[in-house]
Design a protein around this ligand. Sequence first.
Ligand SMILES: O=C(O)CCC(=O)C(=O)O
Length: 275
Amino acid sequence: MAPAQDAVDYRKLYFDEKRKARHRNQESIAGNNSLPSSQQEEPPIPRELPEWNGGSSALKVPELNRLRDCVSNQDPGSIFYKESFLPSHFCNDLWQWLEKLPVAATAKSQKHGHWHNLHHSKRKVAVFDGSFPRPIQLIAQALIEAGIFDESVPPNHILINHYTPSQGIMPHTDGPAYFSRTTTLSLGNGQVLLHFEPRQKGAFSQRQLLLHGGGSLVVFEGDAYSHCMHSIRETDEEYETAESTCCNVPAGTKAYRQERISLTVRHRFDSGLMN
Ligand SMILES: O=C(O)CCC(=O)C(=O)O
C-alpha cells in the first residue's frame, strides 16, 4: 500500500486552502471585499439534504477526562478513548440521516454534504466544511461541552467516511491545514483496529486502538497527531486480532469488521496560516 495515495486528499485540501487564502488576500487587497472572509467562504447548506428527525435538543455526552480516558500518555502521548460517547438513539438516527445524504453527480466533485466515491480506495466520503446542518451542529456543540474542543478553535470541518467491512484507510497524517487535534466518532455494529506508527522510523512505538462502533470516540493530539501516521488496514477477514501494542483492549481481542461510518471532526484553519 502506498501511503501517498490516501494522503492525496489531505494534500489536496492543504493546497486548496492555500489557494483560497491567497485568493481572499488578493480580493481584500483589491478592495472588493466588504464581508468578513468567514462569511464569504462558507458554502451554503445544500437544500437537498435529508430531513433530520432526530430531535433538536442538545446531545448529552460524557466529559472527556484527559487522565482517566488517556490510553497512551507517552510513546506517543496524547491518545484518548471513550467507548460509549454518543447516545445510541442518536447514533441510529444519525446513521439513517447520513445514508440519505445526496450523492455528488460526478466522482470527482467534492460537493459540500454530498457522498462521493474516492477514486483509488472506493470508500465513500462526505464533507461538511464551515456551515453545519442540525445533526452536525449537535455533534460540534457536544464536543465543546465535553471539553474536547475549545470555543476558540471549534469544530468546523467534518469528514465522514463510509467503509464496507473490508475497506480501510492508508497511513497518513492529518497535516497542518488543521489545528493539531483529531476526533473520530465511530458508528455501526462492528469494530476496527486503528494503527499508529511514527512518521520517522523508530521515533515512537507502534500502537493500536480498537475502535468500537455504537458511538465511540477517539481523540489524538500532540505526538500522536504531529509525529505519527494513522491507518486502518484493508482485510477480507471477518475479524482482526489485537496485538500486544493495543492500548485499550487485551492482546488477542477480536475486532469484527462490519460496515462502518466514521465522522472525523477537526478545526480547519481558514486563512493564510499555512503560508
Ligand atoms: O475512519 C477512521 O476512523 C479514520 C478516518 C481518518 O483517519 C481520516 O478521515 O483522516
